[in-house]
Design a protein around this ligand. Sequence first.
Ligand SMILES: NC(=O)CC[C@H](N)C(=O)O
Length: 363
Amino acid sequence: MQDEKNVLLILDDGSVFQGKSFGYEKPVAGEVVFNTAMMGYPESLTDPSYSGQIMTLTFPLVGNYGVPSRSQKDGLSTFMESEKIHAEGIIVSDYSWEYSHWNAVESLESWLKDEKIVGIYGIDTRELTKQLREKGSMKGKIVFPESNGEVKPENDVPFVDPNLVNQVERVSCKEVITYGNGKKKVVLVDCGVKHNIIRCLLKRDVTVVRVPWDYDFNTLEFDGLFISNGPGDPNMCDVTVANIRKAMEGDKPIFGICMGNQLLSKAGGAKIYKLKYGHRSHNQPVRMVGTNRCFITSQNHGFAVDNATLGTDWEPFFVNMNDNTNEGIKHKTKPFFSVQFHPEAASGPTDTEFLFDKFVELL
Ligand SMILES: NC(=O)CC[C@H](N)C(=O)O
C-alpha cells in the first residue's frame, strides 16, 4: 500500500485509463473483458478459460474477503479452480487493503505478487465497461509509466490478440490423469478444465480419466465422454473436434460445458462466432427450449454457437433470455448434449447442477 506504482491501462482504440498497481509489477497485454459477478475472484482468476485475458470486475470493491488456501488434495485444488492464476491481469475500481473471511489465508495482493500477476485499481471500471459494451471486447495492455508519464520500452509491451494463439494447448494437461474409482468411467477431454467439474463428476461415483485436448481418446474404453471448458477460439481445436466426431459414430453419452458446447456443436457441423463482449457473470438467465423453465446461470464465454447452423440431427437445448443466443444443444436421438453455461458453478449459482445427474444416469 505504501509504494504502489502508477499504471496506465491502454486500449487498442487509443483510450487510456490511469490507475495504481496492487499486484506484481510487469507490463502485460491481452484481451480486456468484463465480469459483472459480485464475488468469486479466486475462482475466476484460476479458471483456465481466462488465459490470455485481462479481467475487469465491475463490482466496485474487491479483495475484502481475501483469498483461500492454495492447498490440493488428491490432485485437485481444495478451493480454487486450477493450480494457478490463468488471467493475465485483474482490473478493479477500489481495492480493499484489509480482508476478513473464515476461509482466507492471505490477501489478493500477496497472491497476485506471488504468482507474478498484475493487479490494478483506481480505474473507472464503469466507464471502461461502457466502452467495452459499446465497442466490444478489445485488445489492451497495462504499462508502467515514469513520473513524467513517459513509458520506457522495458515497461511497455505490444498489444496481443490471445485468440490467434492456441490457448487450449497452453492450459491442457500434458498426460493422462485418473481420479477416483467410481463404477462408471468417464473420459474427460481437458481443454482447460475447472476443478469443480471433476469434483461434480467424482461426487457421482464416477472414475474420471482426464486426457490432453489432442489425445486420441477413442482408443480408450469408457462409459461416457465429457468435453470441458477452455480458453480462446474454439476454431483452434480441430483435432479435438475430429476425435469427438469419431466418438459420435457410437452411442456412448457425451456431455460438454462451455468450450465443450462449442466443440460438440462444431463436430455436429455448426458454426461458431464471436460475441461482441461475451457473457461473464453469475446471473445469466437461460430458458430450456420447449419449456417455460428458466435458470440463473454462471457464465464465462466470448464465442457462441450459431443456432441457424445446427445440423438436422441437433436442436437447441437452452437459449439466453437476454440476447436469445445459444446456451446449449442436444442430439435428437442419441445421448449427446452440452451447455454454454457452467452447471458446476464455482463460483455462481448451482441451479443447473442436475445436468451432471442427467449425464451420469445415462452412463
Ligand atoms: N469458459 C469457456 O469454456 C469459454 C469458451 C471459449 N473460450 C469462449 O470464450 O467462448
